[in-house]
Design a protein around this ligand. Structure first.
Ligand SMILES: [Ca+2]
Length: 339
């Protein structure tokens, strides 16, 4: 595996031999994301529409019951706790809703009461553009402590839309956690543009996380064949897809004439010629270093690598590693970067 332009970045790919996997819960039905609660329990979204609350020491065979009104949602994706969750009980869930050939990613805000595992005060605070494919969804959430919500959205196999600001395919969006749109969003007042867009030109940004020490927003992104990327996300940045990529099509045919284009952002790191299939991203800030964890599916076939089930398993690895408790599945690997 080529690790891309290391000399530009100072990133080091760890060997991974120090990863120890410990099974603490499961099996899950296409798990996609995990959120850790203060009492050591955690919430797991399952793609078919279930939200599981897994408690330490409890029976780890999860129930199969849907959580109330979440039943109607076609596909649960990410879950993120409000930074003030201890008081507000607010959670944010991204999910896919619609018909098989036409659906949109939305974000639900709701109060979650742990005592009765109930959702109340549900409110849809974002709805993306409709798409036909159920793949390359993105769907990852990242919140700031001062009330902003970021959501990554894949191109859903319509690559040219990633350069089209009139829709949200292939973008990362930014809204307030109450659903309002900030006036300082880059395209807030541009006619014909979706005002929620923060950055664009993304293919399938399936990891999204803040570095709490610096305030930087990072995203990992599935490239096509090769060309997986780690990007530092800037306001109004065009991340190149599909006019600039280091990857090629699955047929082996070149997609973009150039890997670089004026006006587009280069990845901080990229992988060629073999995809690592990046998924969940977690950034752990230590006293002297910052470590970035990326769930990967290296060595899997490409069709497996975009399966939400496997992708979400990888996200569980990343999320749990930072708390020194591990949930894993046998085939998943993780890439660790150290700054
Ligand atoms: Ca790119």
């Amino acid at each position: 595996m080529d690790h891309g332009p290391d000399d530009q970045t100072g990133l080091v790919l760890a060997g991974g031999a120090d990863l120890v996997a410990e099974r603490v819960a499961g099996p899950f039905d296409m798990p996609w994301s995990v959120a850790l609660l203060a009492d050591g329990s955690f919430l797991v979204t399952e793609r078919p529409g279930h939200l599981q609350h897994v408690r330490p020491g409890a029976d780890t065979q999860p129930s199969r019951n849907s959580r109330g009104t979440l039943r109607r949602h076609v596909g649960l994706l990410d879950i993120a706790l409000d930074p003030e969750f201890a008081d507000s009980r607010l959670v944010y869930i991204s999910y896919l809703q619609g018909e098989e050939t036409s659906s949109a990613i939305k974000v639900l805000r709701a109060r979650y009461e742990e005592s009765d595992e109930a959702m109340t005060d549900e409110e849809v605070i974002f709805e993306g553009s409709t798409g036909a494919s159920l793949e390359l969804l993105g769907g990852r959430l990242a919140l700031t402590r001062d009330g902003y919500l970021f959501l990554s959205l894949g191109d859903r196999w319509e690559r040219d839309k990633a350069q089209d600001l009139s829709g949200t395919a292939g973008t990362i969006i930014r809204i307030r956690t109450d659903g309002t749109i900030p006036d300082d969003n880059p395209f807030r007042f541009r006619e014909g543009a979706r005002p929620e867009i923060w950055s664009y030109g993304h293919r399938n940004p399936q990891g999204l996380a803040f570095d709490r020490a610096t305030g930087e927003l990072w995203s990992d992104e599935h490239g096509p064949q090769g060309g997986d990327e780690l990007n530092l996300i800037h306001r109004s940045g065009n991340y190149g897809w599909p006019i600039a990529t280091f990857g090629v099509d699955y047929s082996g045919r070149a997609i973009a004439v150039n890997s670089e284009q004026p006006g587009t952002e280069l990845p901080v790191h990229y992988w060629v010629p073999i995809s690592i299939a990046p998924s969940g991203l977690t950034i752990e800030t230590g006293p002297s270093s910052t470590e970035m964890w990326i769930g990967t599916l290296a060595g899997r076939s490409w069709s497996s690598s975009i399966s939400p089930a496997i992708a979400c398993s990888a996200s569980i690895i990343c999320s749990k590693i930072s708390s020194a408790a591990f949930v894993t599945f046998a085939s998943i690997q993780a890439a660790r970067f150290m700054f």
